[in-house]
Design a protein around this ligand. Structure first.
Ligand SMILES: C[S@@+](CC[C@H](N)C(=O)[O-])C[C@H]1O[C@@H](n2cnc3c(N)ncnc32)[C@H](O)[C@@H]1O
Length: 268
């Protein structure tokens, strides 16, 4: 396969026109994702469809909604699991959430790029455990409509739930054939919504925003803008929680402080 940097002008024009057509159809701007990685992934899809150009591939995904869904699915990579990186969630349980709960009112929390729902359900479990009965606002968004439909069902495999503490398993999950489902009382607490982090407006006044393993594919510029927008959407003292490879280096410039690695608190 050719690398992005080795493309001739015709190939580049073919790809660039594809990027424009995808933008017109969906508002998804592929230029905001790292070009080398995105190009490779997309060219893989062209080849898998037995086609030779992005022009032909766009014609296919434009006329066939199943192919369009497959394109979105592969483009975004939905890998997730409950309590992903359990040690970080332990810090969330012991330090971050108890401090936020001191606010003495239901919290506003956003899981941004929630994929199959593992992340918002993890939050719902922790909150129920720490303050049973309180109804917090728990928003979970993703760009991928198909994955959100799956997330709403709250169905997970044995692998997806391997890091769930035993006492949570028995309280919040129940067997569903060979899989496990989140109990309806907990499922109802999460509001799932389609949302593009690189294009759509953000709600305000969140106490906590969790955005993990999403920005790895974004360009540096897109990331900078996104972190500044998250900052503006948090209340003072509110916290942004990012993934294990997504440390924010210029956090002070944005207006964050970081007392625990990967947790950024809005200070002004
Ligand atoms: C690897 S999953 C991360 C899931 C979860 N946050 C976790 O850490 O386990 C990345 C998710 O980001 C979503 N995503 C990618 N680009 C996005 C965008 N521009 N706006 C919203 N979600 C996006 C994908 O659809 C995918 O479900």
């Amino acid at each position: 396969m050719q690398e992005w940097t080795e493309l001739n002008s015709t190939q580049r024009a073919d790809y660039e026109s594809f990027v424009q057509q995808v933008y017109k159809k969906s508002g998804i701007d592929l230029n905001l994702y790292k070009s080398q990685q995105m190009y490779r992934r997309l060219w893989g899809m062209v080849e898998r469809a037995n086609l030779r150009s992005f022009t032909d591939y766009f014609a296919l995904i434009n006329r066939d909604s199943t192919e369009w869904a497959t394109f979105l699915d592969r483009m975004t990579i939905n890998v997730s699991e409950l309590f992903r990186n359990p040690e970080k969630w332990e810090e969330m349980r012991l330090k971050v959430l108890p401090a936020l709960l001191q606010r003495g009112r239901p919290l506003r929390i956003w899981s941004a790029g929630c994929s199959i729902g593992a992340e918002p359900y993890t939050l719902a479990m922790l909150l129920d455990d720490l303050k049973p009965g309180v109804r917090h606002y728990l928003l979970a968004t993703d760009i991928d409509q198909k994955i959100l439909e799956r997330a709403r069902q709250g169905l997970f495999t044995e692998t997806d739930i391997r890091s769930v503490p035993a006492s949570y398993r028995s309280r919040y999950l129940r067997a569903a054939g060979s899989d496990f489902e989140v109990v309806p009382e907990l499922r109802q607490r999460v509001t799932f919504r389609k949302h593009n982090l690189l294009a759509d407006p953000f709600e305000k006044d969140f106490d906590l925003i969790v955005c993990r393993n999403v920005v790895i594919y974004f360009t540096e510029e897109a990331k900078d803008k996104l972190f500044a927008r998250f900052h503006a959407s948090l209340t003072p003292g509110g916290v942004l929680f990012v993934g294990g490879t997504e440390r924010i280096f210029n956090y002070r410039e944005i207006g964050f402080e970081s007392r625990i690695p990967f947790f950024y608190e809005r200070v002004h």
